[in-house]
Design a protein around this ligand. Structure first.
Ligand SMILES: Cc1ncc(COP(=O)(O)O)c(C=O)c1O
Length: 432
């Protein structure tokens, strides 16, 4: 175990014992003491292929040996061209142009700026405001954070964040009323997660919601940005999480799993009809980053996309997802387990003081954090989240295992999670 300050690393958590992971294989991670951990969340919803896939490493090494990096400002490479073509082939509808970046926050920033510039290029600079859901999460850089409804992340930066119009998640009537009240002439874009991420505990929109969103955005001339950074790339059992709704957004942002964690990679996808507005106007997107269009990251992306297809892993995410949700039903009998939600290999499990009344634990109890530690002690890695109920309270854990997870591993995930929940309830002396 490594902890601050006995290390040169400035860790995110400065009061946490960090197991030192030496290698991984499939759904398993191993530390320097030889302990094996079941990775039930692919890190931060990233390791979709599982760990230790040699072909992805080989593809990256081959690219790095040939050419690691040139600036995407004035040069292109086979690696970038191939990745963009492969991703465009998988994308829904007319989303055929790809702007590769490094992180999800980068991609959300770029998409929101792109939307604003799009309207400015069309002579409508007043259309600059953003509409976003509550709850939601779109990233941690300041524009992406502004779009996120994560009060405890934002409180420190009041005055630095831009004003974003907020609507309740997955309520189409509220969206219509809000657009009319605020005035569509002032709105550039509506951004939403097609399936809620960790800030919502994998909230699923009601059937028909995104079709209404599409209609409203068309009616009022607003760009619809689908943030599929967490729920896309097969995580919910289809390549795009909007596929079951048969809806195509104006812009799509992907990240996390698109290079399986082998390289930091994210992307903004846009149709030619939107990119042409830039081509025929100012001639450039007013957003540049050193590591956009990165050759090795794109090689990792291409190898990942090909591996997913060759091993039919998105179909597997759908099948194993159904198995996961059936097995998770067993947890409902445990004390303090509230809603269990999700789709495909994405699940959110809410822990409440009183699940029937959906009363959250007091934040001072730090239930989700204690549960994460108890899970780690049971050699299970889960993703905790707090604050989804009201910005402060609300404890949940998320599961998002690699798509290669087996039925037996799913059973072990559920068993270990049950042990960790019982252990946490006992340790925190909350009544059962
Ligand atoms: C839906 C969604 N959008 C954006 C982001 C930001 O991505 P990143 O952490 O790679 O910057 C995340 C990260 O959790 C996310 O879940």
């Amino acid at each position: 175990m490594t902890h601050y300050p006995d290390t040169s690393v400035f860790f995110r958590k400065l009061r946490w014992d960090y197991p030192r992971i030496t290698h991984g294989k499939g759904t398993w991670l191993y530390d320097d003491r030889g302990e094996a951990y079941l990775d039930a969340c692919g890190g931060a919803f990233v390791s979709n292929l599982g760990h230790g896939v040699a072909e992805i490493g080989d593809a990256m090494a081959a690219q790095a040996r040939r050419l690691a990096y040139v600036s995407g400002m004035i040069l292109t490479t086979d690696a970038v061209e191939t990745f963009a073509a492969e991703l465009a082939r998988l994308a829904p509808g007319d989303l055929d142009k790809v702007y590769p970046l490094s992180s999800g926050s980068d991609a959300v920033e770029a998409a929101l700026k792109l939307a604003r510039q799009y309207w400015a290029e069309l002579g409508k600079p007043r259309k600059h405001r953003i509409v976003a859901l509550s709850p939601s999460y779109h990233g941690n850089t300041l524009l992406a954070l502004s779009a996120s409804a994560r009060e405890h992340y934002k409180a420190m930066y009041k005055g630095w964040l831009v004003d974003v119009i907020r609507v309740p998640a997955y309520d189409a009537d509220a969206l219509r009323t809000t657009i009319q009240r605020e005035g569509p002439d002032s709105i550039a874009a509506f951004i939403a997660e097609p399936v809620g991420g960790s800030s919502t505990g994998a909230l699923i929109p009601p059937a028909g919601y995104f079709r209404r969103v599409r209609e409203l955005c068309d009616e009022f001339g607003i760009l619809f940005i689908a943030d599929e950074i967490l729920c896309g790339a097969g995580r919910t059992g289809t390549w795009s999480a909007l596929e079951p709704d048969a809806v195509v957004p104006d812009l799509q942002v992907l990240g996390k799993g698109i290079a399986g964690g082998f390289a930091p990679l994210a992307a903004v996808l846009a149709p030619t009809r939107i990119v042409d507005v830039f081509a025929n106007g100012s001639g450039a997107l007013n957003h540049a980053q050193t590591f956009s269009h990165h050759a090795v990251s794109c090689a990792a992306g291409t190898a990942t996309l090909r591996y997913l297809e060759a091993h039919r892993l998105v179909e597997r995410a759908a099948t194993m997802g159904r198995a996961l949700h059936a097995k998770l039903d067993r947890l409902r009998a445990l004390p303090h387990v509230g809603a269990i939600r999700g789709r495909g290999l994405l699940a959110g499990i809410e822990l409440c003081d009183d699940p029937a009344a959906r009363t959250p634990f007091p934040r001072s109890l730090h239930f989700a954090e204690a549960l994460t530690r108890a899970a780690l002690d049971a050699r299970l890695i889960v993703w905790p989240n707090v604050g989804h109920m009201n910005g402060t309270d609300g404890d949940l854990v998320m599961l998002a295992p690699p798509f290669v997870v087996s039925e037996d591993e799913l059973d072990q995930i559920v068993e270990r999670l049950a042990v960790a929940i019982r252990q946490t309830v006992q340790q925190l002396s909350v009544s059962t």
